[in-house]
Design a protein around this ligand. Structure first.
Ligand SMILES: [Zn+2]
Length: 295
């Protein structure tokens, strides 16, 4: 049987899992494999970086889109506005701890630069990295400065940052160890790394199972829960300082998941109600993981 080395704990994992369909682009079936030793899960097979671009080619993939057509996109833009306010409040909270203001922010996977632009207006010195050429050009126009195409390109400048954010980006990366190393090298000694990730152990994931929209295969290559993430973080000599829920994202994922169950539409209201019901039981949805360097 084909074995794959777990990137978190190096255990040799059987490359078999449960099937999940790519609903939004290709219709292809992928598998979610789970490491029995550390509980890290990963998508199989993983399209190579040179070919994964075709799995992002749809107008329905709204994460990098500024269109406002359709109910889901309108909801997405409402969620984005609320989310951006919450994110800025979060990084402003950390900025108070830094001696030299204005504090510096790096947003990796900055998309069309919406968050970068809001942070810059809020007094932050900002830099962005975005791999998509179309999104990067939009971001450069929006923010009025260069946006880098890769972490490597940014690292050659020698800049370091007080806060680095990856809002639903880390799960898309092919080499999580190499990326984590680069991110830690880009942080100032007391810097804070903020990762927003879908949580495999969330009530949403457990309820919707293979229809959980946050599997989003094969665009999401890694699937974390707090246990596996902690293991990865500690392997890189960092520590998790805080785990926070992202309620708006959980609502959004629930709505998408409910629509996968009922593609004729109308299911999103049910999803929201169900989500509220889960919330009222005190369960947590998507999580925001925040790490701090040891030193
Ligand atoms: Zn493992």
């Amino acid at each position: 049987m084909n074995k794959i080395t777990c990137p978190v704990c190096d255990y040799l994992v059987d490359a078999v899992g449960f099937p999940v369909k790519d609903y939004s682009v290709s219709g292809e079936i992928f598998e979610i494999c789970t490491c029995p030793q550390c509980t890290f899960a990963f998508t199989q097979p993983q399209p190579e970086p040179s070919v994964i671009g075709k799995y992002y080619q749809t107008t329905d993939y709204v994460s990098h889109s500024d269109t406002k057509k359709g109910l889901v996109n309108r909801l997405y833009h409402i969620v984005r506005k609320k989310n951006t306010t919450d994110k800025l409040a979060l990084i402003n909270h950390f900025a108070k701890k830094f001696a030299s203001l204005p504090a510096s922010l790096l947003d990796v996977g900055c998309g069309t630069g919406y968050f970068l632009s809001v942070c810059r207006q809020g007094g932050w010195q900002v830099e962005g990295v975005e791999v998509s050429t179309v999104a990067r050009q939009t971001a450069e126009q929006r923010v009025g400065q260069i946006v880098y195409s890769s972490l490597e390109a940014l690292m050659s400048t020698g800049k370091l940052f007080d806060v680095i954010t990856l809002w639903h980006v880390f799960e898309h990366l092919h080499d999580i160890n190499a990326s984590f190393l680069q991110l830690s090298q880009l942080l100032k000694p007391q810097g804070v790394l903020i990762l927003a990730l879908p949580n495999l152990a969330s009530a949403d994931a457990l309820h919707y199972k293979e229809l959980w929209a946050a599997y989003d295969v094969p665009r999401h290559l890694s699937h974390f829960n707090p246990t596996s993430l902690r293991r990865l973080v500690e392997k890189h000599n960092m520590t998790i300082e805080q785990i926070l829920p992202m309620k708006m994202d959980a609502y959004y994922v629930s709505m998408l998941s409910e629509m996968l169950k009922n593609v004729k539409g109308g299911g999103h209201h049910k999803g929201l109600l169900h989500r509220l019901a889960i919330q009222s039981k005190g369960k947590k949805g998507r999580q925001l993981f925040k790490f701090n360097l040891y030193n």
